[in-house]
Each structure stands twice: as structure tokens, then as C-alpha cells.
Design a protein around this ligand. Structure first.
Ligand code: ADP
Length: 488
């Protein structure tokens, strides 16, 4: 069945390679491309942070009203090449800039983040008629973009240009909600009618996340398991009631990764390219990684971990039992930045076990690829994980994930079963150090005692398909669903 060509605007606070703190940037870099390759007319809008350097083309300036002030938005554009599947053409990415809001260090964490992202939401909406692009769908992502859904349904519902635009809102992580002082209402120029428990008010605060959940036509999150989990008090971050109420509009769509970008056969960040047919060359990357991180050259299993250092990621399971963990015959390479609490702990651990641990407290995309390629195993003991990309990238590089079975980790990683030789990794259910160490032991045992079985597992991992093909088609279905809903 042929699908109508849709006009899709993808709105995001991060997009790789321009700005990245986590998985949202990877999704923004790959899903719009996959949709464009399916023949849809897709454009992306994101803020122009100071750190972004690119071959920008100036598009226009226009005024934006914030409260009773007028701020200027400067729009620039980059056309990103569409690689892969032989498609020609490019994906237009618009950057909303403001000297006041974005010409400074860092992406998030500023005292005026609420105002910065109100500006971004308004800029996105105001831009559309000026570039003569009337989307069928605006696909909003995470709290930074929630007010777009509110503005469309409250302020612009009778506006000829905007009134037929549908919205899809994707939760990449429910923990980050953008809850701010009710003064946001003034910045939005909506009036306090929207500051009620049925709308944007959330325990006395104005919640950006909640505006997306209340006003979007369709809500998605990044795995089916997480879609169910967030409807429970344990994972719902106090929004489980609202998510239950909207459960008929809530879908889980698993993230993919860009198989062109994350390709051990062509990746220029790694020393030795390899694929399923010569996966043994992975060992050369292991040696290179040991050399680069100052670990002894040996064939002990190397366990990698690349992550934001935050409570979500289950790092306490490691820290609490570090001596037991280190009693195993293994090496551990960690790459991450984040909370001082974890940075301090890992610095201390590194000093205690210099021969076994390499701790790299930085954001380093190249080193990340070297770890994916050079490790034997990849550890993700997350407390919760909406989707998780680390385990998917690891599979692609023949690095066997060891994960806590939650959210997207539960959906993508099947625990190895010795009897049936089935599975693509190791997983444990309880959030406990004992269970994590047990899973690590099972992985090490297979690696050391049954190398043939291990190699088969590596090949199975490398052959699994988590490209965007299936998930992009699923989004198209949901876009059509949202358009029909709006029409009705
Ligand atoms: P989250 O979005 O919660 O941070 P994901 O697993 O979905 O977690 O995505 C994390 C992405 O960020 C992966 O591509 C991972 O490789 C990358 N990443 C995380 N920390 C770093 C770091 N310190 N240096 C380089 N890449 C990192």
C-alpha cells in the first residue's frame, strides 16, 4: 500500500553531530534521515548553541514576543546529506539562534532554561509560515518542546495556518520534566487558564513535560516495555496517572541506530575495521584500546561502560561492590561525565586498581567508538532505561551486552541460554549487585571456557538488526494516526 508523502517537522534540543549529551541526539540524527529516505518531506529544528560549528547558511531574522518584550530569532540552516540506500538529496536542519539565550557555554542547566526553551518553542512555530512549510505533523521530543503542543491547541487552534497541524510527542526520558515556576505562563503569553491540574500545572510548578503529555495527539516513548513501566508508580515519575489516562494514545516504538554511522566495517574512529566475516579482527581493537587506556595487554575479558554518570544508570551496583567486581579476572574501561558524586567515586577506584581499570571522565565520541569496538562485553546495570543505545551499538560491534532487564534493555537483550544456545547477551532482573555480578560471572565463564560458543554469540549479536527500517515505518503509521485523529 502506498503511503501519502507526509510533511514532518522534527523538533529537538539535540542532534548529533551538532550537539549531544545523550541518546536523543543519536535519534534526532537518524530517525529524520530514515523518514526522508522513505520519501517524506522532513525538516529538523534545533537551537543554535554556541559550541556548534557548521557550514551555516543564513535564512532570516524575525521577532518573537516573550512576555511584553520583543526578542530576535536568527535562523540559519545546514543541509545534511542523506547517505545510505542510494537516496540522493539532503535533510534541512534549521537552527534557531538568539544572542541572548544561546550564545553561551553549555546546552542545559542555565538559570533561565525555562525562558530559553519557551523562546525555542515560539521560534519553531513562528518560523513555519515564514519558510512556507506547513507540516502535517510536528514531532516534538522531550520536555524542551512540550509547549509547542500547548500553544497549538490553546493559542493557535483557530489560526488558519496552524489549526490542522497534528502533534506527536516522544518521551525519551520521563525523569527530566522541565518543571519551573508558574511564571512560565507569562513568558508563553497564554494567561493563567492553562495553569490548572488538567493542563500544565504539576505540584505547583509549570511542567514542560506535562504540556506534551496533555496536549499531543499521539504520545510515544522509545520502547514498549518502558511504555508500560511509566504507567506504574515505580517508573512513572508522578505522571503515571496521566499516562494511564492517555494510554490509548501512548505507544512504544523502539529506537534504532544509523547502521551507516555505526559500522565497524567503515568506522574511522577505530584502528582496525571488521565485520561478521572477520570478527576475529576485533581483537586488534582490543589491543589498541588497552594500549590507549594504559591497561596491560592480555586476553582477559575487557568490560566497557559508556554513560552519563547519573542515578538512572545503576552505577552504585558497581561502586558498592567494587572489590568483588575487581576480584574477577577482567579489565574495566569506563567513559562518562556527570554527577560529581560518581566522578569522585570512580577517580578513587581508578587509583586503587590502576592495572585493571581505566576511568575516562570526559565526553569523547572517538574514544566511545574505540570502546565499543575493543571491549568484549558492555555493562548497563540501569535502574531504568527508556531504550538505551549503548547496548544496540555494542551488538553492532560484536560486544556482548550485560544489562539489567528494564525498559529498552529488556526489549533488546535476550539472556544467553546455554542449553539452547539462544540469546544475544546477559541480563539480570533484580536491581542488585549480587545479580549483576552473577551475570558478569556467567559471561566471563562462557568467554573463557567455551570460546566457540562465545564466538557464535558474537556473530549472533553482530547479525541482529536494530536499524531504523522497522521503527521508522511504525512512526509513519503513528503520524497518519495522529493526522486522522486531528481531522476527526
Ligand atoms: P542516555 O540517552 O540516557 O544518555 P543512551 O544509551 O540512550 O543513554 O545514549 C547514550 C549515547 O551517548 C550513546 O550514543 C553513548 O555512546 C553516548 N555517550 C554517553 N556518554 C558519552 C561520553 N562520555 N562520551 C561519548 N559518548 C557518550
Amino acid at each position: 500500500m502506498s503511503v501519502k508523502k507526509l510533511k514532518i517537522l522534527f523538533v529537538t534540543a539535540e542532534m548529533s553531530p551538532f550537539a549531544k549529551t545523550g541518546g536523543l541526539a543519536d535519534v534526532a540524527a537518524s530517525l529524520p534521515k530514515a523518514l526522508a529516505e522513505l520519501g517524506h518531506d522532513v525538516r529538523v529544528v534545533m537551537p543554535k548553541y554556541q559550541s556548534i560549528e557548521a557550514d551555516f547558511r543564513y535564512v532570516m531574522d524575525f521577532p518573537i514576543q516573550i512576555e511584553n518584550r520583543i526578542e530576535t530569532c536568527v535562523v540559519r540552516k545546514v543541509d545534511v546529506n542523506l547517505k545510505g540506500t542510494g537516496k540522493k538529496g539532503s535533510l534541512p536542519v534549521y537552527f534557531a539562534d538568539s544572542y541572548k539565550y544561546f550564545d553561551r557555554d553549555g546546552i542545559y542547566g542555565h538559570y533561565d532554561d525555562s525562558e530559553r526553551f519557551v523562546f525555542f518553542c515560539k521560534a519553531t512555530l513562528n518560523l513555519l509560515p515564514l519558510i512556507n512549510f506547513k507540516p502535517d505533523i510536528i514531532h516534538c521530543n522531550d520536555w524542551h518542546t512540550g509547549p509547542i503542543c500547548l500553544l497549538l491547541k490553546e493559542e493557535l487552534k483557530d489560526n488558519e495556518f496552524y489549526k490542522s497541524i497534528s502533534t506527536v510527542y516522544t518521551i525519551h526520558n520521563l525523569e527530566y520534566q522541565g518543571n519551573f515556576h508558574s511564571y512560565v505562563v507569562n513568558l508563553l503569553n497564554t494567561g493563567y487558564e492553562v495553569f490548572t491540574p488538567e493542563k500544565a500545572e504539576f505540584f505547583g510548578m509549570f511542567s514542560f513535560m506535562k504540556t506534551g503529555l496533555v496536549y499531543a495527539d499521539v504520545i510515544t516513548t522509545v520502547s514498549s516495555v518502558y511504555a508500560k513501566e511509566i504507567q506504574t508508580p515505580q517508573y512513572g515519575e508522578r505522571l503515571d496517572g496521566l499516562l494511564q489516562k492517555r494510554s490509548s494514545d501512548l505507544y512504544g516504538v523502539l529506537n534504532g541506530i544509523d547502521y551507516e554511522e555505526f559500522n565497524p566495517g567503515t568506522d574511522r574512529s577505530i584502528e582496525h575495521n571488521f565485520g561478521v566475516d572477520n570478527f576475529q579482527d576485533k581483537k586488534l581493537n582490543k589491543s589498541a584500546l588497552q594500549k590507549e587506556t594504559g591497561l596491560p595487554q592480555s586476553d582477559v575479558p575487557v568490560i566497557g561502560l559508556i554513560s552519563r554518570l547519573s542515578g538512572q544508570k545503576g552505577l552504585n551496583l558497581i561502586i558498592d561492590r567494587i572489590d568483588d567486581f575487581m576480584a574477577r579476572d577482567l579489565q574495566f574501561v569506563l567513559l562518562g561525565t556527570g554527577d560529581d558524586y560518581y566522578q569522585d567515586h570512580f577517580r578513587r577506584i581508578a587509583a586503587k586498581y590502576p592495572e585493571k581499570i581505566s576511568i575516562n571522565l570526559e565526553f569523547n565520541a572517538k574514544l566511545a567508538q574505540k570502546i565499543y569496538a575493543g571491549s568484549d562485553m558492555f555493562l548497563m546495570p540501569s535502574r531504568f532505561e527508556p531504550c538505551g543505545l549503548g547496548q544496540i551499538i555494542s551488538l553492532r560491534y560484536g560486544t556482548i551486552p550485560i544489562v539489567r532487564a528494564t525498559g529498552g534493555l529488556a526489549e533488546t537483550i535476550i539472556d544467553y541460554d546455554e542449553d539452547t544456545s539462544h540469546g544475544n547477551g546477559f541480563s539480570f532482573s533484580n536491581f542488585s549487585s549480587d545479580d549483576m555480578i552473577d551475570a558478569i560471572d556467567r559471561a566471563i565463564m562462557l568467554y573463557k571456557e567455551k570460546p566457540d560458543e562465545w564466538n557464535k554469540l558474537v556473530v549472533r549479536a553482530m547479525k541482529s538488526d536494530f536499524s531504523w527500517n522497522r521503527s521508522a515505518a511504525k512512526y509513519v503509521e503513528l503520524y497518519i494516526n495522529a493526522v486522522n485523529k486531528r481531522r476527526d
